[in-house]
Design a protein around this ligand. Structure first.
Ligand SMILES: *[C@@H]1O[C@H](CO)[C@@H](O)[C@H](O)[C@H]1NC(C)=O
Ligand SMILES: *[C@@H]1O[C@H](CO)[C@@H](O)[C@H](O)[C@H]1NC(C)=O
Ligand SMILES: *[C@@H]1O[C@H](CO)[C@@H](O)[C@H](O)[C@H]1NC(C)=O
Ligand SMILES: *[C@@H]1O[C@H](CO)[C@@H](O)[C@H](O)[C@H]1NC(C)=O
Ligand SMILES: *[C@@H]1O[C@H](CO)[C@@H](O)[C@H](O)[C@H]1NC(C)=O
Ligand SMILES: [Cu+2]
Length: 346
């Protein structure tokens, strides 16, 4: 029923493109048809809004759903995981050495943020969408960011020698995954660093990304500026957000990665015909990245499933959410208003 409906709409859509777009070459036409079909499949996109624009009720719903996942017992039997929140972190943990410093950084985290959003909805009754943290607006005063508000946000900076967050809804929360590849009970840690935000999360950092038109030229810059910068602005030295492997332990992770996802989408939309399905980049981190971050070498069983037929990241690249969601290819997530994903950023 759903699929008949979809096919019918696709046909209507293709024919309208054919008549409305004379003068396009066959390849452009095919791309437009493809986009048209996908836009048709996604008729009612979930609307992801900026955190600072949510109402206090919307903020509370999101915080409550997060606390709910943190309080639900683990179900997968994975080492070190006590709660569902830990299991979400575990998915990131085992993928860490193949989803950072590679072409798949943005696509994998796009899928991962989606997993998080689905868990909030299906397991904790969350009715809203994944919000994002528009970091650039807080550069110069990260400490004053609405995401760190002790009453309506996720609490503020860490305190004391152990950097534990001691105000807001996450005061005294216990995380179980980490540090690094170990698992010991610890508090949520933050060490807000204004300087790193100024250096790596400013509007000029974003503008620089938009001077590049090919994904192969821009993916490392995404990774090394606004991506790392956002992590370090909250985590500084010693904070949860700067523990590359377990950084999803801090809920700000998902607001930050939704923001990166939004900026990537914006970059794609500058020229969808050439950028919407443009993917590239190494599929294994550099040796220097692996060693400087203390990551495990990429194993044969990991690379066996890449599906790239070489060392370059392709649309066929396999993404693994362990057993939380089915494996997907990068192709599946390139369009956030496609056959699979269906959301937009306001
Ligand atoms: C955040 O807290 C840590 C630990 O107390 C402190 O060293 C750091 O300066 C604080 N950050 C800011 C921006 O105040
Ligand atoms: C957190 O723990 C400290 C002492 O360990 C206690 O003084 C404080 O009231 C606790 N805060 C919350 C919000 O439970
Ligand atoms: C931030 O940017 C500066 C250059 O402006 C760079 O040297 C530094 O490594 C960056 N830090 C992070 C954490 O990305
Ligand atoms: C893999 O790449 C090689 C060399 O580019 C090519 O000859 C081969 O057909 C490719 N195999 C698949 C399954 O695409
Ligand atoms: C999903 O991918 C992983 C490797 O990342 C692989 O081990 C697993 O068998 C795949 N699952 C399915 C159902 O194909
Ligand atoms: Cu990550």
């Amino acid at each position: 029923m759903v699929s008949i409906h979809f096919q019918l709409l696709s046909v209507l859509c293709i024919s309208s493109f054919v008549s409305a777009a004379p003068g396009l070459n066959p390849q452009q036409l095919r791309q437009q048809q493809q986009q048209g079909q996908q836009a048709t499949a996604c008729t009612n996109p979930t609307q992801r809004k900026a955190w600072h624009k949510l109402t206090n009720v919307e903020k509370k719903d999101y915080v409550d759903a997060t606390l709910c996942l943190m309080s639900k017992p683990a179900t997968m039997g994975w080492e070190g995981a006590t709660t569902r929140w830990d299991e979400l972190t575990y998915v990131h943990k085992v993928n860490t050495n193949i989803v950072h410093n590679v072409g798949g950084l943005l696509p994998w985290h796009r899928y991962y943020v989606y997993l998080h959003e689905q868990m909030l909805k299906t397991e904790c009754g969350y009715k809203g969408a994944q919000p994002y943290w528009e970091t650039v607006l807080d550069v110069g005063n990260i400490l004053g960011s609405s995401v760190l508000d002790p009453v309506t946000g996720f609490g503020g900076n860490g305190t004391g020698a152990d950097l534990c967050v001691s105000d807001g809804p996450l005061a005294n929360i216990t995380l179980h995954m980490g540090p690094k590849y170990t698992n010991t009970d610890h508090c949520l840690k933050r060490n807000v660093n204004e300087l790193v935000a100024q250096q790596n999360c400013s509007q000029s950092n974003i503008d620089t990304l938009f001077t590049y038109s090919k994904f192969s030229d821009v993916y490392d810059l995404f990774g090394n500026t606004i991506h790392t910068g956002g992590h370090s602005s909250i985590g500084g030295t010693g904070g949860t957000m700067t523990d590359l492997i377990n950084s999803p332990g801090d809920p700000i992770f998902f607001l930050h990665h939704a923001n990166l996802d939004r900026i990537w989408r914006k970059w794609q939309q500058v020229d969808p015909a050439s950028r919407l399905y443009d993917i590239a980049g190494r599929n294994v981190p550099t040796a220097d990245y692996i060693s400087s971050r203390g990551l495990l070498e990429v194993s044969e069983s990991q690379s066996l499933y890449f599906g790239d037929n070489g060392t370059e990241t392709t649309l066929n690249h396999n993404m693994d959410m362990i057993e939380m969601l089915p494996n997907r290819t990068i192709r599946d997530v390139m369009d956030i208003k496609g056959d699979f994903l269906c959301y937009e950023y306001l």
